[in-house]
Ligand binder design. Structure first.
Ligand code: DP6
Length: 360
């Protein structure tokens, strides 16, 4: 089969997980290249993922994108930047099944169609853009035969889609180094350790609300950079030290330190939002009651039993050091938020990561 005819379609499908930051990224020093004002660390959430199919055909007349079944514009700079970066790295591709050959120089004249869906509600604000852009970049690279010329290069491309997306290209614990270069070439994500490094750790996602957030992360952090003195202090004087301590805690599987840093960083991030003018509120009463539950429990035991963190929304990601403690945590949550009926609470336990919906 040659590339001359218009009757062929080449397709690839990929899956990429979401992630939750335990040291938060908040604020950019370059809006176009999405370069952050501080480094960050995340845990990959394997069970919340995006699945993306990318297709190319000479019969396509424009780049098009469908998100969860609905067509959306691909005109945004973020999509364009990712696509352009992968296109510029395209190579000769031979489709093993059909023998179809797409030459390197043909890619610039070919349009792509992208269909992506999440296995979790996009509106729930569980880092859907992170999974989505990581998946897009990975699938496109696969389709176009693009290869990394240095480790982490694709994370610099996913970063152009959404900052937190660069961390979703790896599993386990991941670090996004803010970098120093103006072109962003060293603002890359790398894996700290694989998931099986800390097998006992249990992650519980409490979906407090599936309502869309009022202030997007992109807009929120722009206002914080402009108006919050606390954000500058955080980026310069707090995060650098926490990055070192957090990496060490992860390496040592030191839950007490991990929990202390995770909660403190989430709280400082939300304090920064409150320090922004006008202030931004991402957490709600249910979020705050969950914080109270964990804090009281930890104080009564004298050592951290659990940890919490909240991104730009009210949903909680909770950590427990092992199954036994996780079970106790779930019991306490159910006591605080008793399900009024079976329909009020739906909980999916998948492997070592659980998702639960809270009534209230
Ligand atoms: C609170 O990566 O969504 O989740 O780079 O503008 O797309 P853009 O923002 P985004 O921000 C994530 C912010 C956060 C913290 C984090 O994930 O580190």
């Amino acid at each position: 089969m040659g590339i001359e005819g218009n009757d062929w379609v080449l397709m690839k499908t990929a899956r990429a997980p979401s992630n939750i930051a335990v040291i938060k990224y908040w604020g950019k020093r370059d809006e176009n290249l999405i370069l952050p004002i501080n480094s960050s660390i995340s845990v990959t959430l394997d069970y919340l993922f995006a699945t993306t199919t990318v297709a190319v055909s000479p019969s396509f007349t424009s780049d098009r994108l469908w998100l969860n079944g609905k067509e959306v514009s691909m005109e945004s700079k973020r999509y364009k930047n990712c696509l352009q970066q992968i296109r510029s790295r395209a190579t000769d591709v031979v489709d093993e099944k059909t023998g179809l050959v797409v030459k390197k120089e043909s890619w610039k004249d070919l349009y792509v169609h992208v269909a992506s869906k999440n296995n979790f509600p996009t509106a729930a604000g569980l880092a859907s853009s992170a999974a989505g852009f990581a998946c897009l970049v990975y699938a496109l690279a696969h389709l176009m035969g693009a290869k990394e010329s240095y480790e982490g290069e694709f994370s610099t491309i996913a970063r152009l889609g959404s900052g937190s997306a660069c961390r979703s290209l790896y599993g386990g614990f991941v670090k996004w180094n803010m970098g120093k270069e103006d072109d962003g070439s060293d603002s890359i994500a790398t894996q700290i350790v694989k998931k099986d490094h800390w097998k006992d750790l249990v992650i519980i996602i409490a979906v407090v609300s599936s309502r869309q957030k009022e202030t997007s992360s992109t807009a929120g952090m722009q206002t914080s950079v402009k108006t919050s003195p606390l954000l500058q202090h955080r980026a310069q004087s707090v995060v650098p030290k926490r990055m070192v301590e957090m990496e060490e805690a992860i390496m040592k599987r030191d839950f007490a330190t991990f929990a202390k840093l995770t909660c403190a960083d989430s709280n400082q991030f939300h304090a920064t939002c409150l320090d922004t003018s006008p202030p931004i509120f991402y957490m709600n009463d249910t979020s705050r009651r969950l914080i109270g539950l964990v804090e009281k429990w930890n104080a009564s035991e004298g050592t951290p039993q659990a940890a919490y963190t909240f991104d730009a929304g009210p949903n909680a990601v909770l950590f427990a050091p092992d199954d036994k403690v996780a079970r106790s945590l779930l019991q306490r949550i159910l006591y605080l938020f008793p399900p009024a009926s079976d329909a009020d609470i739906s909980r999916y336990v998948v492997g070592d990561q659980s998702i639960m919906e809270l009534a209230g």
